[in-house]
Structure formats: C-alpha cells, structure tokens
Design a protein around this ligand. Structure first.
Ligand code: ADP
Ligand code: TYD
Length: 214
C-alpha cells in the first residue's frame, strides 16, 4: 500500500504455509478441517487447498493422475504441472497478502509416491522441485504416520479406492519410508504425528503445535 508520500506503509507480513502429508488412510483429511478451525479462530485469513488440484486446471489434472494409468514420469510431470498452477494462482498470492495457506499434500507427496512408491529417481524429483518452486517450502509439514496395516484397515472400512489406494503393501511401505526419510532430513520443518492414537489425542497435540506458531 502506498501512502501520501509514495512510501510503502503497510507491507503485509508474509503468511505461513502448512502442509499435511501421510500415506492414504493415515488420517490427514480427518484433521485438516480441525486445524483450519484453530487457525481461523485466531482471526487469520486462511486458504485451504489440496494437491493435486487447488485450481480448476489442477483439479482436471488430479482426475487424470488419480484415475488413468500412465508412465511414471508422466505422472510426476502432471503433479508438478498441477503444483506450478497452484503456486502461481493460489499459494503465492495468498502468502504475499499475509494469508496463511494449508494444503492437503505438496512436494513431499511427490517424493513419497512417485519417488518412494514408484521408484522414480529422486534426482529427477529434486530437479522438478528446483524448477517449479526454487524459493518456496512449507513453514511446517504435519506428517500423519501409521503402520501400513492400520492405514489399510481404515481405508477398507470406508471408501472406494482410487489408483494409489489400490497399490500393494510394498508400495506404501516405500512411500511411508520416503516420508520418514525426508522428515529425518528436515526435522525443523516436519512434525511427525503418531496417528495410531485416538482422534482426540491427536487433536490435543495439533492444538499445541498450531498454538506455538507465530
Ligand atoms: N486416529 C484415528 N483413529 C481411528 N480412526 C481414524 C483416525 N483417524 C482417521 N480415522 C479414520 O480412518 C479413515 C481414513 O482417514 P482419512 O482422514 O480419510 O485419511 P487420509 O486423508 O489420510 O487418507 C476415516 O474413516 C477416518 O474416520
Ligand atoms: C500431491 C501428490 C499426490 N499424490 C497421490 C497421493 C494420494 O494417493 C492421491 C491424492 O489423494 P488424497 O489427497 O489422499 O485425497 P483423498 O483423501 O481424497 O484420497 O494422489 C501423488 O502421487 N503425488 C503427488 O505429488
């Protein structure tokens, strides 16, 4: 905003970017709305989004990625194409005006699923991340972690499974391991949430984590 003398008066403080990760069935979706409520209660402007998706084009790409079979590099390129659009249209403008952004998945999911699960060379994913968002990383990543059997039992109890959710145990084992490896590499950014506990116990921990964010 420009004042009478052409001097910037109210540069909005940049918002924070929080991502939610975990293998399918770990409990991510269960907790996102609750965390959004905690943040909104602080009077923040909050943008809640997801990947793949988050924009009209991104949602079309999501349909393809979740339901069509394709070469694994095509899959990687499409999730990053969706991300490019999401960053340009939603994430960066929101953070710049001071809004906080929470996203159901981001680049860690590409490393976990396309890299860990499918076996795509991690250097290719690093190159894509460097290309698509050299200067953007989440301020906080909540990694919902459960053993595969727990995730599988929860999924089987609830819904029709998409392309990824139909994958076998070794796929999810590799996906989970890649998430945990990244969390160990960047302990300052990640919080690992033990999602075998009750929903209520997890909410208590999330309230502490979110309450400590400034
Ligand atoms: N801590 C928990 N204890 C028991 N059941 C849970 C817990 N968290 C989630 N669930 C259930 O497990 C299923 C999958 O959870 P969901 O949040 O959809 O997982 P995700 O979004 O990570 O795939 C849902 O039916 C949900 O109600
Ligand atoms: C963001 C992203 C998601 N995915 C996968 C992980 C999930 O299986 C799927 C998205 O599903 P998810 O976000 O878990 O939605 P839902 O809870 O409705 O199933 O896309 C990738 O493989 N790579 C990515 O980069």
């Amino acid at each position: 905003m420009t004042g009478q003398h052409g001097v910037a008066q109210h540069m909005a403080q940049r918002g924070k970017f929080i991502t939610f990760e975990g293998i399918d069935g770990a409990g991510k979706s269960t907790h996102i709305a609750h965390v959004a409520g905690l943040l909104a209660a602080r009077g923040l402007e909050l943008v809640s989004s997801r990947e793949p998706g988050g924009t009209p084009l991104g949602e079309k790409l999501r349909e393809l990625v979740l339901h069509e079979s394709m070469h694994l590099e095509t899959e990687a390129l499409l999730v990053f194409a969706s991300r490019r659009e999401h960053i340009a249209q939603v994430i960066e403008p929101a953070l710049a005006r001071g809004a906080w952004v929470i996203s159901d998945r981001f680049t860690d999911a590409s490393f976990a699923y396309q890299g860990g699960g499918r076996g795509l060379d991690l250097r290719k994913l690093e190159a894509l991340a460097e290309w698509v968002h050299p200067d953007l990383a989440p301020d906080l990543t909540l990694l919902f972690d459960v053993p595969l059997e727990v995730a599988r039992a929860r999924l089987d109890a609830t819904r029709d499974l998409d392309k990824f959710e139909q994958e076998k145990a070794d796929f999810f084992s590799a996906t989970r391991n890649e998430y945990l490896r990244r969390a160990a590499q960047e302990p300052g950014r990640f919080r690992i949430i033990d999602s075998t506990r009750s929903i209520e116990a997890i909410r208590v921990e999330l309230a502490q984590i979110i309450g400590a964010l400034r």
